[in-house]
Design a protein around this ligand. Structure first.
Ligand code: CP
Length: 296
């Protein structure tokens, strides 16, 4: 069963990525509900706040006919000092057949080698966010019909973003050109950097990121107002006018309107931000189907 874990995007071959995207696409076209062979018992262990990932996993699990438990991890025995391994092992020993985990620690799953039920990583600290990467990919496929040769600009707080990390490696692997932009103190590799005005005009996909304040020590927060940040490092209306005609706006969300992106652009014609959220449901159904070896 452990072969059906999904921890990082590099767990997946290019063929498996295509397979998951095809399954997600199939879920969008199904005329009737499709369910797994058995109502597996799963738990969603969210040690960090989440709206999209958490509740789209819940929706996907219910849609596939699973039995779903959604514990409040703030009152679990981890607050009494239990290790993450012991907590997850407990779920396994009392009959849970799969877990979805979001945790603030980078690569938390390295502690979980001894777990024998599928683990789906719903985000680890500044590390990885594989289901977000897949839903971003599905959104881009729907738009352009391919990935090869597309230019992706990821703009914002790169240093603290698991989305940037998962997406950079995977989109490069899929044949895209990827550049980072935003405040230069959050980008450690000048080879990957492009100034924001250049990046916005260059890209087929302009992917904005919020400042991940929950992971930034106060001493490292930029000393500027929201308005100053938007003007200097965000997607303003003026920069939007410089985008290519076919280019789209994406954002993993939650969005801080008026900080990394102008409020009016969040739902503008070229924004795919809410479409990404719907695609999150489709992709997560595909991930769960894979976790339990489901076949259409
Ligand atoms: N994009 C994303 O992971 O959003 P949530 O934190 O709301 O799950």
């Amino acid at each position: 069963m452990t072969k059906h874990r999904l921890l990082i995007m590099n767990d997946l071959s290019v063929e498996e990525i295509h397979g998951l995207l095809q399954d997600a696409d199939a879920f969008s076209n199904l005329k009737r509900d499709w369910q797994l062979d058995k109502a597996y018992l799963v738990a969603n262990l969210f040690f960090e706040p989440s709206t999209r990932t958490h509740y789209s996993f819940v929706s996907a699990e219910h849609g596939l006919g699973l039995k779903v438990v959604d514990p409040n991890m703030a009152v679990s025995s981890t607050v009494k000092g239990e290790t993450l391994y012991d907590t997850v092992k407990t779920f396994e020993m009392v009959g849970y057949e799969g877990v979805v985990i979001r945790h603030p620690q980078d690569y938390y799953f390295k502690e979980l080698d001894g777990i024998n039920i599928p683990i789906i990583n719903a985000g680890d600290g500044c590390g990885n966010h594989p289901s977000q990467c897949l839903l971003d990919m599905l959104t881009i496929y729907q738009e352009f019909g391919h990935l090869d040769g597309l230019k992706l600009a990821i703009i914002g707080d790169i240093k603290h973003s698991r989305v940037a990390r998962s997406n950079y490696d995977t989109f490069m692997r899929m044949g895209c050109e990827v550049k980072f932009s935003g405040p230069d103190f959050w980008i450690d590799d000048s080879q990957k950097y492009m100034p924001i005005d250049e990046a916005v005009a260059w890209a087929d996909i302009v992917m904005m990121l919020r400042i991940q304040k929950e992971r930034i020590p106060a001493s490292e927060m930029p000393n500027m107002s929201d308005e100053e940040y938007l003007t200097k490092d965000g997607l303003t209306l003026k920069r939007y006018q410089k985008m290519q005609q076919h280019a789209i706006i994406m954002h993993p969300a939650p969005v801080n309107r008026g900080v990394e992106i102008a409020d009016e652009l969040v739902e503008c014609e070229r924004s795919r931000i809410f479409k990404q959220m719907h695609n999150g449901l489709l992709v997560r159904k595909a991930i769960i189907k894979r976790a339990f070896g489901g076949k259409f």
